[in-house]
Design a protein around this ligand. Structure first.
Ligand SMILES: Nc1ncnc2c1ncn2[C@@H]1O[C@H](COP(=O)(O)OP(=O)(O)OP(=O)(O)O)[C@@H](O)[C@H]1O
Ligand SMILES: [Mg+2]
Length: 332
């Protein structure tokens, strides 16, 4: 059962220099209780897809086309009041930088309590008791001490945990995590990732996990959406993405991303490949396949015609004229 379905989503920014089509025909789905990893280079539209789900938009930004269906309801048609209900109760978001969500001038207690007092109608004493439980849930040592502290008195990892506690206070059905651990050192990152996996298991929360780090995707995701230049180019179970040979099909961009992560089995001296070339400028998008200029297999058809995203099996979809490995041209 899907908790979230996005169909042909187009979210654009109107600018003096033209329309910036940040999200251009995105399709994806997140099953109840599962984690969808969203991966892709900088500027591929990961964050703007997430912002579209919550309609956290700039003044010059809106949904031009498409559907966002959350728990059976169409989000794209909802008004501000309905969106406020969704944001406070159904979907929470955590960001890379905890200070975008935490208020530096209020104690942890005041900020955490707000979620309970505002949305769940509790007294202050009841809210504090719940807040303490949340801090324990996210494994904060000495919660009675920390709850009286201000964000500046806490480390980055601690603030990240407080932010997760805040995001979970309303028991959301969906947690959107946008690069939640990128700013943290590896040990803390590992702890936070484990924490999120535990919470998913214990609370049944669905997670949309955004990162540019395929290694993290491998640890966290059940399914993966690979984004390039405002589009999903491949969506598949995580095992299909990582295990060569599991499937006959792949997107050349996914292959390129995989070659650029260090593998445990690979020779330590082997140099990592990066994908040659760069992402097209958002105001100068080519008419054909957006990846064609960087793709080792591209033909004239790829330069001329934009491929649609198509099912290659029950669980894998690819946006490529030549999705089958082994039958692609060897390039130009
Ligand atoms: N405020 C804005 N005004 C105009 N265009 C914007 C704005 N914010 C983002 N964009 C454009 O939207 C596109 C997608 O950006 P988005 O932030 O979703 O990328 P991303 O995949 O999250 O990248 P990153 O990994 O760097 O976070 C980019 O082309 C970007 O230029
Ligand atoms: Mg982003």
């Amino acid at each position: 059962m899907n908790l979230l379905e996005i169909k042909n989503l187009h979210t654009y920014f109107e600018t003096k220099r033209g329309l910036i089509k940040a999200v251009y025909g995105v399709n994806l789905a997140i099953e109840k209780g599962k984690t969808l990893g969203v991966v892709g280079e900088s500027g591929s539209g990961k964050s703007q897809t997430a912002m579209s789900i919550l309609k956290l938009f700039e003044k010059n930004q809106k949904i031009y086309e498409g559907e966002i269906i959350f728990d059976g309801e169409h989000v794209e048609n909802m008004n501000n009041k309905q969106m406020e209900h969704i944001r406070g109760n159904e979907i929470s978001m955590i960001f890379q930088e905890p200070m975008t969500s935490l208020n530096p001038v209020f104690t942890v207690e005041r900020q955490l309590n707000e979620a309970f007092m505002l949305h769940q109608d509790m007294t202050k004493a009841e809210a504090t008791a719940e807040s303490l439980k949340m801090l324990e849930l996210v494994k904060i040592p000495n919660p009675e001490v920390v709850i009286k502290q201000y964000p500046f008195e806490l480390s980055g990892g601690m603030n990240q945990r407080v932010m997760i506690a805040m995001a979970l206070a309303c028991k959301p059905k969906l947690l959107i995590a946008d690069e939640p651990t990128t700013a943290l050192d590896v040990t803390i990152q590992a702890q936070i990732l484990k924490l999120m996996n535990d919470l998913k298991r214990d609370l049944g929360t669905s997670i949309m996990f955004i990162t540019h780090d395929l290694g993290v995707i491998n640890q966290m995701a059940d399914d993966v959406a690979v984004m390039y230049c405002g589009q999903v180019v491949e969506i598949a179970p995580v095992s299909y993405i990582f295990k060569e040979g599991t499937t006959k099909y792949s997107h050349p961009y996914t292959e390129g991303l995989l070659k650029s992560i260090p593998s445990v089995t690979s020779d330590k001296n082997q140099r990592l490949e990066t994908i040659p070339g760069s992402v097209p400028h958002p105001l100068d998008i080519p008419p054909g396949c957006r990846f064609a200029a960087r793709c080792p297999y591209a033909t004239q058809k790829c330069i001329d015609e934009m491929p649609e995203i198509k099912k290659v099996s029950d669980v894998q979809e690819i946006r490529c004229h030549y999705p089958e490995k082994g039958v692609r041209s060897n390039g130009r």
